[in-house]
Structures are given as C-alpha cells and as structure tokens.
Design a protein around this ligand. Structure first.
Ligand code: SAH
Length: 215
C-alpha cells in the first residue's frame, strides 16, 4: 500500500474513531496522526492497521484498538518531559505515542520475542526516548522510580503494589482491572500528598497481565 494511502487511512482513523468518540487532547491527536501504526503490526496486517480493532502481534498478544490507546493516553494527562512507566510493551506502539507526546518512556515486556522486536523497531524509528526492559513488569522498574505516570496495557486482578510504590507524588496510574480475564474496567489511581484516590472509566478487554502480581 502506498505511503499516501496509509497516511489518509491514519488521518481517517483519528477523525472517525478517536475525535468522533470525544478524545480532545491535541497532543494525543497529533501523536496518533504521526506514529505509523502500520509499522507496528505484522506485514500481512498492513491493510488492517488503521481499522477500529485490536490486532494480533504474535506470541498470543495484541496491539490495542486505536481508540483505547488514545483514551488511555488522554487520561494520563501527560506533559512533555514527564517520565512514564509502561507495563506490556507488546508492539511498542503505545510507547511510541507517549514518546511522540514528549515523554521519557520506560517500558517493560516479559516475552522475549516481543521485547526484542519492539526494541529493534523503536530504535529503527529513532524513538530514542523509549527504554525497553525484558522482565516481569508487575515488579515495576525500581532503579528508575519514581515515575510521573504509569500505564499498564494488560489486564490484571488488582493494581500491583510495587507499581503504586513507584508512582511519584501527584502521579497518575492507569490500568485495566477485572475479576475475570479479558473483561476489565479501566481504573485510574491519583496520588496526592500520600493519599491515593481511585476513579473508574468503563469496560475494556485486554490480554492478561501475568507475573508475580498478575494472574
Ligand atoms: N501496549 C502494547 C500492547 C500490549 S499487549 C502495544 O502498544 O502494542 C499486552 C502485553 O503485556 C503483551 O505483550 C504481554 O506479553 C505483556 N505482559 C503481560 N504480563 C506482563 C508482565 N507481567 N510484565 C510485562 N509484560 C507483560
């Protein structure tokens, strides 16, 4: 598919799937207009890269639906220069969107194949502000903590305690939490002066967060 066609599809994705559903943060919209999502999916999926769906990325995992990436990026209320910890690198797409928004991104993936591919892809695309780690992300990244923002892109039974401990003051954490696998609610924690408050933002369906503090 020609580059200009892909750009047109990407523009349409932002207009019809994201703006039309109420995402207004201009930095989120600009980042999603810029990041070439088709380079984060398997080649056979190129023509589907801008459709309103999650897509397989190998190893039984998925790249999230564009709207969900936009919604979570907006809910994070990021400012340029902030540090963001992401759990679940997957394809690296969400990390690229946050980097495009000016954040310094620390992303953790537990599956070696996905980790290696995403790391290589992000370097090739010159996202030098993203650092990747192969590990159980439910333990966070203690050496780099605290983080201004934390985003978990896999669904778990509860927010892992180490992540709450690694959230900076005035920090925001967002994560799909649910009693059953593949059906969760988007939960946001805000930390202010040592007090953590919780808000919920409706149903989502993410792949499982596994590991020490996962399923
Ligand atoms: N954010 C990704 C999509 C994430 S899919 C993107 O933009 O493409 C969820 C990912 O979380 C999968 O790759 C899965 O392997 C990973 N994952 C699940 N449990 C994990 C854990 N404990 N630590 C790190 N990664 C984990």
């Amino acid at each position: 598919m020609a580059g200009s066609d892909l750009k047109r599809l990407r523009e349409r994705m932002v207009r019809e799937q994201i703006e039309a559903r109420g995402v207004q943060d201009q930095r989120v919209l600009a980042a999603m207009r810029k990041v070439p999502r088709h380079l984060f999916v398997q080649e056979a999926m190129t023509s589907h890269a801008y459709s309103d769906d999650a897509l397989p990325i190998g190893s039984g995992q998925t790249i999230s639906q564009p709207y969900i990436v936009a919604l979570m990026s907006e809910l994070l209320e990021v400012e340029p220069g902030m540090t963001v910890l992401e759990i679940g690198t997957g394809s690296g797409y969400q990390a690229a969107v946050l980097a495009e928004m000016g954040c310094e991104v620390f992303t953790v993936e537990r599956q070696r194949t996905l980790y290696s591919k995403a790391r290589e892809r992000l370097l090739e695309m010159r996202y030098f502000k993203v650092r990747c780690k192969l590990d159980d992300g439910t333990m966070g990244w203690p050496e780099e903590a605290p983080f201004d923002r934390i985003i978990v892109t896999a669904g778990g039974p509860s927010v892992p305690e180490p992540l709450v401990d690694q959230l900076a003051d005035s920090g925001i954490l967002i994560m799909p939490v649910g009693r059953s696998r593949r059906s969760q609610e988007l939960v946001m924690l805000r930390q202010k002066d040592g007090v953590v408050t919780e808000e919920r933002f409706g149903g989502v369906a993410f792949v499982d967060l596994v590991g020490e503090h996962g399923w």
